[in-house]
Design a protein around this ligand. Structure first.
Ligand code: PLP
Length: 423
């Protein structure tokens, strides 16, 4: 066969497969549009459990641990997996998914309020923190600081490297027993009081995973920079998709999230914001065989070689699905549930609210204590008796159940849950 004929056939096959891909994406988009058109009032009310594959006998109130993927996104993911297997070489190593991935980067950047050139499509929050810890130029005399509210995924990596690299890592206590009376100004002052002359990196959660405090990012970032902190790096694993974020106006230098939580993408996908000025200082953590010393593009932080591209493609569908409900409607829904559970708790002498009580520093994550019972035994009991899934926390400061409902949950779910707690 002549070279030109082979090239023609290869080109035709690629064109046909690209048309297939367009079909998968269009069919998925059509389903989302059809759904939104058929039941417009659902957007205000929250999605139905029928949109997901959850077992109907399970009451899932643990979206903070891991999200649920909408059926429409699951179908799209399976479509990409099937398409990939029709010609793995083409999809994994050739052109058809290059432009769509860049399109997804653009959507993710819009959701997070940054430029596509500042957006990394990676695997999770833990990975972005490892990249930062490994790649920032830190050494003797530099300090990395975080509070006890921090998730260990954002701090273990710095401890791991400190002895080899010579920088120090320090944490400070953030008391949560007085959480119900906490204010935004107090949160800023606690961080301010902890920053020292050597602090070069400040790590903080945008929303912590225990009591769900929404940190005032802009105020903390501004204060920290004024006090000489070079990089404010944020763990937003519990935030993007739940409440509005805007990287540029926040003033932070890096921000990590796990899309498999509140964006409801397939598992093992993350988004990371890396401010351009930080990228100039941040080395990649690994490089693949074709690495050409690129120092200019954000893609150098994703130089994975083989990766789960069908899942990454389905992130685009998760972002499309997510966009069907405005952030305003999402936040109203979360606020409604938060208010309802707080009222239920206030009227039950066996329950105590352990999270903030003002909405400006609250989120869709909140913790309640069942007085006189350990959180572990309550969570086991309600799971065994009623298949209710929440996350127990048992520390010297917090004996509580963390509740993290999402759009498909409603007030009656929370009423059922509270009844189960106290019998
Ligand atoms: C606040 C916070 N940070 C980081 C993580 C780690 O997320 P991942 O395992 O997706 O990296 C979690 C997981 O629950 C979390 O809640």
């Amino acid at each position: 066969m002549s070279l030109s004929r082979r090239t023609f056939i290869k080109g035709t096959a690629a064109a046909a497969l690209m048309a297939d891909l367009a079909f998968v994406r269009e069919a998925t988009a059509a389903k989302v549009v059809e759904r939104a058109q058929v039941q417009p009032n659902r957007l205000a009310m929250g999605f139905s459990k029928d949109d997901y594959s959850l077992d109907p006998s399970v009451l899932y109130l643990n979206h903070g641990s891991i999200g649920t993927v909408p059926n429409i996104v699951l179908d799209a993911h399976m479509g990409y997996l099937r398409l990939c297997e029709t010609n793995p070489w083409l999809y994994m190593w050739s052109a058809p998914w290059v432009a769509p991935v860049e399109n997804i980067r653009g959507k993710a950047a819009r959701l997070m309020g940054c430029d596509p050139g500042e957006m990394v499509l990676n695997h999770n929050t833990t990975e972005l923190f490892n990249l930062l810890a490994n790649g920032l130029p830190l050494g003797s005399g530099d300090e990395v600081l975080y509070s006890s509210l921090n998730h260990m995924s954002a701090s273990t990596c710095w401890h791991n490297l400190a002895p080899r690299r010579g920088f120090s890592v320090r944490d400070f206590h953030f008391p949560i027993s007085d959480c119900p009376s906490l204010t935004a100004a107090e949160i800023v002052s606690r961080y301010e009081a902890a920053i020292g002359p050597k602090t070069r990196v400040l790590i903080l959660p945008h929303v912590d995973n225990t009591v769900g405090i929404l940190h005032p990012l802009k105020e903390i970032a501004q204060m920290a920079h004024e006090r000489g902190v070079q990089w404010v790096v944020v763990d937003g694993a519990q935030v993007v998709g739940m409440v509005t974020v805007d990287m540029h106006s926040s003033g932070v230098d890096a921000y990590a999230t796990s899309a498999h939580k509140w964006i409801q993408s397939p598992k093992g996908l993350g988004l990371g914001y890396l401010k351009r000025s930080l990228q100039a200082d941040l080395d990649p953590m690994w490089v693949k065989h074709t690495y050409d010393g690129d120092t200019t593009t954000v893609q150098k932080y994703e130089d994975y070689s083989t990766r789960a591209l069908p899942a990454l493609m389905a992130l685009g569908d998760a972002l499309d699905f997510h966009a069907q409900v405005s952030m305003g409607d999402r936040v109203r829904h979360h606020h409604q549930l938060w208010t309802a559970l707080q009222k239920i708790v206030a009227n039950n002498s066996m329950l105590e609210w352990r999270s903030p009580t003002t909405w400006d520093i609250s989120s869709a994550i909140y913790s309640i204590e069942v007085l006189g019972e350990t959180s572990g035994s309550v969570s086991t009991r309600i799971y065994e008796e009623y298949q209710m899934v929440v996350r127990p926390f048992s520390t010297p400061e917090l004996n509580a159940l963390r509740v993290s409902p999402n759009l498909m949950n409603n007030v009656s779910d929370l009423e059922r849950f509270a009844e189960a707690l106290t019998g």
